[in-house]
Design a protein around this ligand. Structure first.
Ligand code: GAR
Length: 189
């Protein structure tokens, strides 16, 4: 039996695509499903093209335990957040202790917390004239962007960096490192 992961996403889903391709034909880990909180998110189109089972849910289902029921029905072992924007409720953190991973597009603890996601993060980093940014891959607990860090990668900002150019650099770093960190974290657990 392979370890089954569910990928949670809210939008475009380019990380979902990269992770799904990385684990395609992996000997011991498989992407079992894509979970999404936005019925019109492009990630659902990607899931279809990748022939991945998908689930869509609303806030009530997420908080009440219905999503937990879906995860149990899908025999999910690990939850991987990849561009997922809602705070994970306690019932899920308790059901998957140390088995929920998130990626954040900045060097936490800087530029984290509620409202700090996607382009908002890059805009703030550029506006503050930071010399560097990066990615943080971490375990998820009950607070936004708070759990134990698994990995960070840094990149320098150019003097004429824009939020758009920084977003591209950060996505590149994410594609490069996230699948491998997921793999080693699961295999070493
Ligand atoms: C990624 O950069 C991810 O780090 C970020 O959203 C983007 C999703 O891109 N996540 C957060 O900001 C979470 N706080 P994608 O949908 O193309 O993978």
């Amino acid at each position: 039996m392979k370890t089954r992961i569910a990928l949670f996403a809210s939008g475009n889903g380019s990380n979902v695509q990269r992770i799904a391709e990385y684990f395609d034909k992996h000997p011991s880990i498989e992407v079992a499903a894509v979970y999404c909180n936005k019925p019109d998110a492009y990630v659902l189109e990607r899931a279809k093209n990748l022939h991945l089972h998908s689930r869509v849910f609303d806030r009530e289902e997420f908080r009440s335990g219905d999503v937990l029921g879906m995860l149990v029905a899908d025999h999910i072992d690990w939850i991987i957040l990849a561009g997922f924007l809602w705070l994970v409720p306690e019932n899920l953190v308790e059901a998957f202790p140390g088995r929920i991973i998130n990626i954040h597009p900045a060097l936490l603890p800087k530029y984290g917390g509620k409202g700090m996601y996607g382009h908002h993060v890059h805009e703030a980093v550029v506006a503050n004239k930071e010399k560097e940014s990066g990615i943080t891959i971490h375990l998820v607990d009950e607070a936004y962007d708070h759990g134990v860090h698994l990995y960070q990668a840094h990149i320098a900002l150019d003097p004429n960096e824009t939020a758009e150019s920084l977003a591209q650099k950060i996505h590149h770093l994410e594609y490069l490192h996230y699948p491998e960190i997921i793999e080693t974290t699961i295999l070493e657990s």
